[in-house]
Design a protein around this ligand. Structure first.
Ligand code: NAP
Length: 332
């Protein structure tokens, strides 16, 4: 099994190295790719030093079985043919192919079987905010069909990659030193602030990130579910949080929902209001699961439930989800 990581120097690329090593992924060789900027850089994997190769239109993917790609949408589009032409499966973290009919969009806890039908040798990893939400929604869907979801996200700076994380840290340092914080990765200063815009504005004044939550949830869950999202960037480093309001066809009690969360793969229920137990990003960065808490009846809707969920979006929202897809492919 020969695995490639494309975009190895990035926030997701670096997480790929950790996840592959921690899960003892069955590989014989790991090959790292990047742009000319990181070509030649060395990263350690299982005690060995690996050197980043420059991604080029050549036959470097001839003997690769699975390519884990996280170098942005334009690179994925430009290099998909180069990566897949000799038979490698490309598991892509960008939004380039997610809504293409002949590209499966997969969250293994929800629709792993879809990964078996990839006629273009491309499997898309969903948007990070969508992944954690559908893992949680899938537990409720098993009790009653979900008609509608309203969701507000609280998205970490690292969702914008390594530069987003660095900018937030620099802004806090500048503030402490009495200097003017520099802004380039986000629309405004993020430190001491929240920005109700993730990605660019699109149809009906929703952002693209919000529309991804609508479209991708429907595709992954094979459902007519309606999703209205407001995505907000918040000044934390890592792990996204979401407030989710669900309307089901039949009423679902909080007890039933908690039981479903407790018994679902990939979810940890963290819900004890007496002990002030609920998920928080500060304490859950670096973890694999989707953490769910504050589960309660929506007092404004007899068929409504509301909950809060937190997950590390570089891990479950990107690298881990892609590696789980690769593991499923190997097993099947
Ligand atoms: N961060 C998240 O939470 C998250 C979550 C889900 C999905 N994603 C998606 O994952 C992808 C990567 O995100 P990220 O956060 O890891 O971004 P990032 O930290 O900015 O890293 C981008 C990576 O892309 C590489 N790259 C850029 N141009 C390239 C080229 N011409 N050839 C080869 N490699 C090139 C960079 O390599 P160099 O250093 O050589 O430039 C770097 O390794 C994006 O599509 C993003 O939407 C990110």
């Amino acid at each position: 099994m020969r695995i490639a990581v494309v975009g190895a120097s990035g926030a997701v690329g670096q997480e790929f190295l950790k996840v592959l090593e921690q899960r003892n992924f069955p590989l014989d060789e790991l090959v790292l790719f990047g742009s000319a900027r990181s070509a030649g850089k060395k990263y350690s994997f299982k005690g060995k030093e690996l050197t980043v190769k420059e991604l080029k239109h050549n036959d470097d993917f001839k003997d690769i079985d699975i390519a884990l790609v996280s170098a942005g949408g334009s690179i994925s589009k430009e290099f998909a043919e180069t990566i897949t032409k000799h038979g490698a499966i490309m598991i892509d973290n960008s939004s380039a192919f997610r809504m293409d009919e002949d590209v499966p969009l997969v969250v293994p806890e929800v629709n792993a079987e879809d990964a078996k039908n990839a006629p273009r040798n491309i499997i898309a990893n969903p948007n990070c905010t969508t992944i954690q939400m559908v893992v949680a929604l899938n537990a409720i869907e098993k009790i009653s069909h979900i008609k509608r979801v309203h969701v507000s996200t609280y998205q970490a700076a690292s969702g914008a990659g390594a530069k987003g994380m660095a900018e937030l840290e620099e802004q806090y340092k500048s503030i402490v030193n009495g200097e003017e914080p520099q802004v380039s990765a986000f629309q405004y200063q993020l430190a001491m602030n929240m920005i109700p815009q993730v990605d660019v504005f699109a149809d009906d004044d929703y952002t693209k990130e919000e529309l991804k939550m609508y479209n991708e949830t429907r595709k992954i869950m094979h459902s007519d579910i309606q999703v209205s999202a407001t995505c907000v960037r918040v000044p934390i480093l890592r792990a996204h949080s979401e407030s989710v309001w669900v309307e089901t066809e039949k009423p679902v009690s909080p007890e039933e929902a908690k039981e479903a969360f407790r018994n679902s793969e990939g979810i940890v229920l963290m819900d004890n209001v007496e002990k002030k137990e609920y998920p928080m990003p500060l304490f859950l960065a670096g973890k694999d699961e989707v953490f769910v808490g504050r589960v309660r009846k929506d007092i404004s809707n007899p068929n409504g439930l509301t909950f809060w969920c937190v997950s590390d979006q570089i891990r479950k929202g990107a690298a881990l989800n892609a590696v789980q897809i690769a593991e499923f492919l190997i097993k099947n």
